[in-house]
Design a protein around this ligand. Structure first.
Ligand code: NAG
Ligand code: NAG
Length: 276
């Protein structure tokens, strides 16, 4: 997911790199827009997170593997103001599941959630061995994903959905409020499909309290981004005449948790959500 090489090259010598916290700013021509940082996950495990920026498509992606083998991918599409979460969860073969299970959650991007893609493309680090810890914890978002998205019709929403979610064909979800917003913007309603409500229906139990593996229930999936560049930092400089100006000189990092609730036709598809 790299930006075009020509775009990178023309900027090569004019680029002022944004460096990760408390490092000196240097000007180094580094082609490519991939950054690998070491991040400590909530369970204490250190993982390598890959951050990529695509200037042409105006998008950022972030990917890492959890200790349980789950591959988490987070993609931000600035062109459409959409963010996509994907989890590829290793299945339990002995319980009759597929090798892995894919989940895709699509929702609106808010302002100031993450730095722009052109800044992301210029981010470098001085010490690649350092284990990064977020400077700011942004709490936990509870998201009721009560609408299903039809993969073959979703390209209008974001051109990235096809790539990101094709393995999650039967499990692409979004929120009702997002759908309302998109419909008001003129999107085609045929890509959305209502699911049984995520609240209020007594017959729909949370999966962790459902007894029967084949019964429908409300599944919960937790995802956590432990480190991502959420804000640009500005420094002030003064020229010889004493005039002040500000320039981008680094980033602030954040962590954030997401708590997705969504309908599954069988508890079997939600085996992580069990009473312990
Ligand atoms: C999704 O859209 C395709 C193509 O328009 C259609 O054939 C299919 O039946 C739809 N799937 C569902 C689950 O509605
Ligand atoms: C998800 O997170 C919530 C709140 O932190 C917690 O109560 C719940 O047990 C977690 N669920 C799973 C399946 O890990």
């Amino acid at each position: 997911m790299f930006g075009g090489a020509s775009g990178e090259l023309t900027r090569l010598f004019a680029v002022v790199l944004l460096l990760l916290s408390s490092a000196v700013v240097v000007v180094v021509p580094v082609p490519g827009s991939e950054l690998r940082v070491r991040v400590r996950l909530a369970d204490g495990l250190v993982t390598e997170e890959v951050l990529e920026a695509d200037n042409e498509r105006d998008s950022i992606s972030l990917e890492f593997k959890q200790g349980d083998g789950t591959l988490v991918t987070f993609l931000v599409d600035f062109k459409q103001d959409v963010k996509i979460f994907r989890a590829l969860i290793l299945g339990e073969l002995e319980r009759g599941q597929n090798q892995y299970q894919a989940l895709c959650f699509v929702t609106r991007l808010n302002r100031n959630e993450i730095i722009p893609s052109d800044s992301m493309a210029r981010l470098r680090q001085k010490n690649p061995q350092a284990i990064r810890l977020a400077e700011e914890r942004r709490g936990l978002d509870q998201l009721a994903m009560s609408v299903a998205v039809n993969l073959s019709r979703a390209s209008q929403l974001s051109s990235h959905i096809h790539n990101m979610c094709s393995e999650a064909r039967e499990a692409i979800y979004t929120r009702e409020a997002d759908v309302k917003y998109w419909l008001e913007k003129g999107m085609d309603s045929s890509m959305f499909e209502g699911l049984p409500q995520t609240t209020g229906l007594p017959s729909l139990q949370p999966c962790h309290s459902a007894k029967d593996l084949w019964q429908p229930c409300l599944c919960t999936y937790n995802m956590s981004l432990e480190w991502y560049p959420c804000l640009l930092k500005y420094c002030r400089s003064r020229d010889s005449a004493g005039r002040g100006s500000s320039y981008k000189c680094g980033i602030k990092s954040c962590s954030k948790g997401y708590h997705f609730t969504y309908f599954v036709p069988q508890k079997q598809l939600c085996l992580w959500d069990e009473e312990t």
